[in-house]
Design a protein around this ligand. Structure first.
Ligand SMILES: Nc1nc2c(ncn2[C@@H]2O[C@H](COP(=O)(O)OP(=O)(O)O)[C@@H](O)[C@H]2O)c(=O)[nH]1
Ligand SMILES: [Mg+2]
Ligand SMILES: [Zn+2]
Length: 295
């Protein structure tokens, strides 16, 4: 017996990394009977069948900390949200939506503002203040100069991370800068769409030298916005919490209520206006989707 982590699953074989090496494993038939599919990221116990070459059987799947649907990965420790300030332009609404979904999935987030070489007006400095105040670690990176790459690498050590963010922000470039052995495809969006659209992709955990593991497929989905109860949406904006103590109403949603501590903090500049706007916007979006669903 040995314990390990599934790095890759393909055609009914699971590649399990253990202390002595990577075992090619089948899974016990009873998993299928139980409707259970081993996932990349699963911590498992295997029975060793052979060591020349390494072959085994997945015997037990340990309880999962979480499960993402797309990419299908278990036990993700953090989402690295990568955005650029320019090329493509920063889409803060998308960033805030991704943060809300990650908070809802109880996934830790790390925000990475890449392409700092294109940041002519010190926008990243302001963003570091805003998102730092919300409690998120924020780093500034540049693949061209190497700025922040070592810092990012350190933050990935020993964890399973998914990289997420719009196309073209430099996710693959950053990973290549972290581990030169990766040689992931990078480049203009239009070029990438042309290539192999129909090739089926199996997610895989790429191993970093420092013990970190990164999912090779960008994105994270487990839930959608309409799964979120609009009444608790505001709790997914961590920086609202302390100001909500000053609200007159205990069930204040910080929208139209009088004497609202959160709106007061927006007015005084303590809460970033755009973060509040994102809250208001997402709230209305959830309400619209829910009303449409009821008809
Ligand atoms: N100026 C600049 N360009 C970058 C930087 N990082 C990546 N790029 C470029 O941005 C484009 C998209 O990068 P890619 O890694 O494919 O983005 P992905 O779609 O997020 O994986 C490529 O042409 C990269 O060379 C950076 O820090 N600065
Ligand atoms: Mg990419
Ligand atoms: Zn309030």
């Amino acid at each position: 017996m040995a314990e390990g982590v599934i790095l890759k699953g393909i055609g009914g074989f699971y590649y399990v990394k253990t202390e002595d090496g990577i075992y090619e494993c089948r899974a016990r038939g009873r998993f299928k009977e139980q409707g259970m599919t081993p996932l990349v990221g699963d911590r498992v116990e295997i029975e060793i069948l052979d060591t020349e070459p390494y072959k085994g059987v997945v015997d037990e799947i340990f309880p999962r900390k979480n499960t993402l649907l797309r990419p299908a990965v278990a036990n993700v420790d953090q989402a690295v949200l990568v955005f650029a300030v320019k090329n493509p332009d920063l889409n803060r609404m998308l960033l805030d939506k991704m943060l809300v979904l990650a908070e809802f999935a109880e996934l830790d987030c790390l925000i990475c503002f890449n392409k700092s070489d294109l940041d002519q007006s010190d926008e990243i400095e302001d963003l570091q203040k805003i998102y730092g105040a919300a409690g998120y670690p924020v780093i500034r990176t540049c693949v061209k100069s190497g700025e922040g790459v070592a810092e990012l690498t350190d933050l990935l050590a020993g964890k399973i991370s998914v990289f997420s963010g719009p196309s073209g922000v430099g996710k693959s470039s950053l990973l290549n800068a972290i581990e030169s052995k990766f040689s992931l495809e990078t480049g203009a969006v239009s070029e990438k769409i042309k290539r192999g659209k129909h090739t089926t992709r199996h997610s895989e955990l790429m191993q970093l030298t420092n013990g970190g593991k990164v999912v090779d497929t960008p994105g994270f989905t487990s839930l959608t916005l309409e799964d979120i109860d609009p009444e608790v949406l505001w709790t997914l904006f961590p920086e609202f919490e302390k100001y909500s103590e000053a609200c007159r109403f205990i069930n204040c949603m910080h929208l139209n209520e009088p004497d609202c501590g959160v709106k007061g903090a927006v007015k005084s500049g303590e809460i970033d206006e755009k973060r509040y706007e994102a809250y208001d916007h997402i709230y209305r979006e959830i309400m619209t989707i829910r009303k449409r669903g009821k008809r």
